[in-house]
Design a protein around this ligand. Structure first.
Ligand code: PAF
Length: 294
């Protein structure tokens, strides 16, 4: 697929009908379409997804929808940052062609009662601490893919488990869409970019920059043949020393299936996964362990 030409007239649509009309017109003109689903409060990580989509498809559609179905009642749905005007300007500058901003009633009209469950890969990690989360994500992403009918859809590797859940769903449901994973974009101290980083106080922000260093060190130890149990013990102690309030999980899983590699040395590619709390803010990150490159 050719690289996209920047569209000077970025459109904004709020209904599925308008979205389909724009996408159908592009298809009729022989243009390919990429989708970048977001919840807004955009940062460079999101914009890198738009850039990736632009490099793979003729037109990029971004969606902005803070999806209530993926938040538990005690979570931050109400306070999740919403800043439509700024987001639209960033998307315009990134060369996005169309932004879909549905209201909740457009996505979940009265009587809505379907949900998608991707069983195995949703288990453990974020699936254990946020049991409602992947059902909400899979359902809304399934809807967005059906609504926009793109050729490709791009998701960030920061939410690595989410990426695998979506890949599995698309494969299982025979959706003719290529799911593209894009690398994590990091701040200068290595903190993975996230809309939730805005919740951090100045002191917490300094501590937050240690998370990536701890999991990178764990990955390095594993890559050099160290055992999983030792690497996790090291990581837990290092996170406590760094000043994190709590560790939700710190784990090592197979890179493709998120399978448990056991407690000894790794025999295939894996990833270190972490979710930590800093005050009230929950941060996630992950780091590859490339055994096959050893
Ligand atoms: O990663 C996100 O921002 C969300 O989980 C997604 C994929 C847009 C679904 O609401």
């Amino acid at each position: 697929m050719p690289a996209a030409a920047v569209d000077p007239q970025m459109g904004v649509v709020r209904t599925v009908k308008e979205l389909r009309a724009r996408v159908d017109a592009w298809r009729a003109a022989g243009l390919s379409v990429g989708l970048v689903p977001t919840m807004g409060a955009l940062h460079q990580g999101h914009l890198s997804l738009v850039e990736r989509s632009n490099s793979l498809a003729d037109r990029t559609v971004a969606s902005i929808f803070v999806n209530p179905a993926q938040f538990a009642p005690h979570e931050d749905f109400g306070s999740y940052p919403r800043r439509e005007e700024t987001d639209l300007e960033l998307l315009r500058r990134a060369g996005c062609s169309l932004v879909f901003i549905p209201a909740a009633v457009e996505m979940y009209p009265d009587g809505f009662q379907t949900s998608i469950a991707v069983s195995q890969v949703s288990q453990g990690l974020c699936g254990a601490s946020r049991p409602h989360f992947f059902g909400g994500v899979a359902t809304v992403v399934c809807k967005l893919l059906n609504q926009a009918r793109p050729d490709i859809a791009v998701f960030g590797e920061k939410d690595y488990q989410q990426l695998l859940v979506i890949r599995r769903m698309v494969k299982d449901l025979d959706m003719p869409i290529e799911i593209v994973g894009a690398p994590i974009v990091r701040e200068t101290d290595g903190l993975a970019m996230s809309s939730r980083n805005a919740y951090l106080s100045q002191e917490e922000r300094i501590v937050a920059g240690r998370l990536n260093k701890v999991i990178a060190e764990m990955a390095d130890r594993l890559q050099r043949g160290g055992g999983v149990a030792e690497a996790i013990a090291f990581g837990r102690a290092a996170l406590a020393d760094a000043g994190f309030s709590a560790v939700d999980y710190l784990d090592v899983r197979g890179a493709d299936l998120l399978d448990d590699p056991g407690s000894g040395a790794l025999s295939k590619n894996a990833r270190v996964f972490a979710a930590v709390l800093l005050g009230k803010t929950r941060l996630i990150d992950n780091w590859p362990v490339e055994i096959n490159a050893r």
